[in-house]
Write a protein that binds this ligand. Structure first.
Ligand code: DQA
Length: 144
């Protein structure tokens, strides 16, 4: 099972950005752990971060035949990017939306995710970096 992992805008600053909310673990550390887990689970991953909506969408398109599943933290795009929603809808394979923080317990504008209602998407949130590891484990456990 091949898994595409995408990190959206500002997640390159993890570790220094609002550590009280997002934790002190850097994106490099998260990605290294995801790679270790991918090796031990024998589930190849391709990991990509971008601050640009179009690059994330291009990536989903480029990898759509290779990837059997998607794990994505869309950052703030979660709350307004219908273009990203359409790309994930068109991808149509199992997808987990990961948020380090619990978006339902934060500002009003963060409470809504445009991915709500997509049949192929479920959400893990409020577990910090562990949310990514759980998502990977769950995908492989589901044996898709
Ligand atoms: C986030 C939550 C978003 O509201 C925010 O814009 C982010 C990170 C999270 O991981 O908790 O950039 O997706």
């Amino acid at each position: 099972m091949n898994i595409l992992i995408l990190h959206g805008p500002n997640l390159n600053l993890l570790g220094e950005r609002d550590p009280d909310i997002y934790g002190k673990t850097t994106l490099d550390e998260i990605n290294a752990e995801l790679q270790r887990k991918s090796d031990s689970l024998k589930a190849p991953v391709r990991i990509f971060q971008s601050n640009h909506e179009g690059s994330l969408i291009d990536h989903i398109h480029q990898e759509r035949k290779w990837a059997d599943a998607l794990i994505i933290n869309p950052g703030a795009l979660t709350h307004y990017s219908y273009a990203l929603r359409d790309a994930i809808d068109a991808f149509a394979k199992p997808t987990i939306e990961v948020h380090l923080s619990d978006i339902l317990k934060r500002e009003e504008f963060r409470k809504h995710s445009v991915l709500e209602g997509l049949k192929n998407v479920r959400r893990i949130m409020g577990k910090g970096a562990n949310g990514y590891y759980e998502a990977l484990q769950d995908m492989v456990g589901a044996g898709l």
